[in-house]
Design a protein around this ligand. Sequence first.
Ligand SMILES: [Zn+2]
Length: 484
Amino acid sequence: MTIKDLKPALVWSIFDQINQVPRPSKKEDKIREWLVKFAQDHNLEYKVDAIGNVAIFRPAAPGLEHVKQVVLQGHMDMVAEKNKESNHNFDTDPIRTIVEGEWLRADGTTLGADDGMGMAGALAAMIDPELKVGPLEAFFTVDEETGLTGASNVGEGMLSGDYLLNLDSEDDGVITMSCAGGVDTIAEFDFKSEAAPAGLEWFEVKFAKMQGGHSGTDICLERGAATKLLCRLLWEVGQKVDFELATIDAGNLRNAIAHDAEAIIGVRPADKEALAVAFNTTSADLKDEYAVAEPTMEITCQSVDAPCCVIEKKVAQAVINTVFVAQHGVVSVSLLIPHFTETSTNLASIKVKDNVIEVVTSQRSAIESRKFDIAHRIEQTFKLGGARVRHTDGYQGWAPKANNHILDIAIREWKNLYGVEPTVEAIHAGLECGLFLKVCPNMDMISYGPTLRDVHSPKERVHIPAVQKFWDFTVAILKAVAAE
Ligand SMILES: [Zn+2]
């Protein structure tokens, strides 16, 4: 069994053709040429904008010219990840696929089903001779995976229509109707490095084996942020004992919950006992508080050699104090959608770079004004501590819409096809849909797709039976719109 034997044949054959074309993020030239040729070969109108997005248009079937236009949308780039053993060249080589039971995967690389499967579904709708529906547009963005630059820079006249189907979701039976916007807030504390005072005893305070996780979808799990817990511990210790801070290092990725942290502190020999008591008290409290959320968390305080330098004391204290008071975690939950995180903030990392301590935080919300509200409060918290603060440009969210007609149609058609209610979801992470609202504020949108697993890794795979359901569902939605 190979990809050539799979059904629906049209969708799989287009996916297979797409996978012959290299398309890592920011290197979309070849796939763009292929899309243009696809449009020309099928006598379809197309447009390419300045950033490199491609729109392809299929006119309505005769008699259906009055029907509302539906945009089928995906992204043309893919994440290029491979196993250590693989000698695949993502700039030149086709993706080789393997059927394994009910799943299709690649040979040692990402599969590119994210979002090649969305592209294949959209293109199949553009050329399927059986499909008699209203006007369609297939719209493909560049660089979704590394910067959302395609969706952020949609050219004039590229997106037109009443409904948009974003085909970049990963769970069969789930329809997404809202996503969060995001922005990063970065605080910088300048400090003077000073010679470490003589005669102190030095200790490394360390948090390890914490859960971490995605700063959006996992933020509601009440896991500990190592950044925050380290500064809480140091603040508590500081109430009992005077200490010097030699270095501090916590967290890593801006979009991950920090799962490790460490600091080196020095105390006078006479204060060693008081340090041990303060450390033991607070670390016991933290282990109690996080017994469920962080069952494997380790907090240690171990003797280390004297460092050469320390961080100027008033700056060290300002960093500890501001991270201690800065908010982290869920800020608000939705009253419209049960158990849905509407707004959150993540204390991602604390890093010492030359003579600057940088604290990176990120905020998300489905509501734009709430995203900025929490970003501004974090900004002000760090400014009160004397930091310089900047924000990244960020990206817009996609708020739930009260009368989302395409969502009503999709729910009804899923029930008709499969006899069960689909799961309708809002996600506390980013999708391109929010960015399209800047260009088309009134468009009704949903996002869905066939089941994918382990995307962005060489284990990426697509559930073969879900592709047939994905295609049948897409056809049903287009026919329902045509019948309105
Ligand atoms: Zn994707």
